[in-house]
Design a binder for this molecule. Structure first.
Ligand code: AMP
Ligand code: FE
Ligand code: FE
Ligand code: ZN
Length: 288
């Protein structure tokens, strides 16, 4: 099995680089991509030559595209040159937008009556601060009100809820594709079912901008428990995106979206078939 989507403590995952690699070896993954939100800090620790598991440097870029109307969608970049100057300078600029949004979210929560300050949130994170860190801080302070991070999202932090503050700026869809290609990588729409947008239109727009593929193999059951998706439905979803990928001429990717033991899927349980990696390396036309 291969896993092309995993987070570390450089974003909202809980394992460090070495802990994640140890776990990937333990569960017997053939390949693992490190795809933190809007940062390559951990992915850049990958040294070429490590082969079991094959470690793939990646990132999951957050897109806010005012022009096309896609807000808060995630684009995975795989096989990135993490030293790419354009990618790094854009990511560090974006980090301040991300922080501004999280500070504004804490201010909004205070208006809503929650006694929370930004330093408490920052202490939950060891890298890029995300809404899951805000959720964890709230869970710690208000155990009577929330039982899980997912419940905090449902009540407050999901896009459109009372505690959600829109980000001021982000990557456009085109910029996300161009940055990934500029860094030698392949670009994929992550977990397409999680957005309030028509998948066919999104994937067509993505492809017309040069996007390479779509995350077909994804565990919506574990990663969005509140949606109560059955195993049979998840299989149908995967088949639907396999069909769309085929019809639109897009590559397939897939992975666990591992964040650590506390959230979502464990490592080594859900991933993509090995042939997916063979097709990606053929499309890459560069040595790994
Ligand atoms: P942010 O980078 O601040 O936009 O936070 C995005 C992250 O929050 C996602 O990658 C997920 O890990 C998490 N997330 C988003 N929506 C939900 C949800 N409904 N339930 C649980 N976690 C979520
Ligand atoms: Fe996340
Ligand atoms: Fe995501
Ligand atoms: Zn992810």
């Amino acid at each position: 099995m291969i896993d092309l989507h995993a987070h570390t403590s450089a974003s909202d995952g809980s394992l460090s680089f070495s802990e994640l690699v140890t776990e990937a070896k333990r569960v017997g993954l053939r390949a693992l991509a490190i795809t933190d939100h809007d940062t390559v800090r951990c992915a850049s620790m990958i040294r070429p030559g490590a082969s079991v598991p094959l470690l793939i440097p990646g990132a999951e870029l957050t897109v806010f595209d005012e022009g096309l109307g896609y807000k808060d969608i995630h684009i995975l970049g795989l096989f990135l040159d993490t030293s790419d100057a354009a990618l790094n300078s854009r990511l560090s600029l974006l980090e301040s937008d991300r922080l501004a949004q999280k500070r504004a979210t804490v201010a909004r929560l205070r208006e809503l009556g929650y006694d929370l300050d930004f330093e408490e949130v920052r202490r939950e994170a060891s890298g890029a601060v995300g809404r899951p860190h805000i959720a964890k801080a709230l869970l710690r302070k208000y155990p009577g009100e929330f039982k899980s991070v997912s419940e905090v999202f449902q009540k407050l932090l999901a896009r459109g809820k009372e505690g959600y503050v829109e980000r001021e700026a982000g990557f456009s869809l085109r910029e996300s594709v161009d940055l990934i290609h500029g860094a030698g990588g392949l670009a994929f729409v992550a977990h397409p079912l999680l957005y309030p947008y028509d998948s066919v239109k999104l994937l067509e727009d993505f492809r017309s901008l040069g996007g390479d593929g779509v995350e077909v193999y994804y565990d919506y059951i574990k990663n969005r428990p509140e949606e109560r998706i059955s195993a049979a439905e998840n299989t149908r979803i995967i088949e639907r995106y396999q069909g769309l990928a085929r019809d639109l001429g897009l590559l397939e990717s897939g992975g666990s979206d591992f964040h650590g033991a506390a959230k979502g899927q464990a490592l080594g349980v859900f991933g993509a078939p090995d042939q997916v990696l063979d097709r990606l390396t053929a499309a890459l036309r560069k040595p790994l």
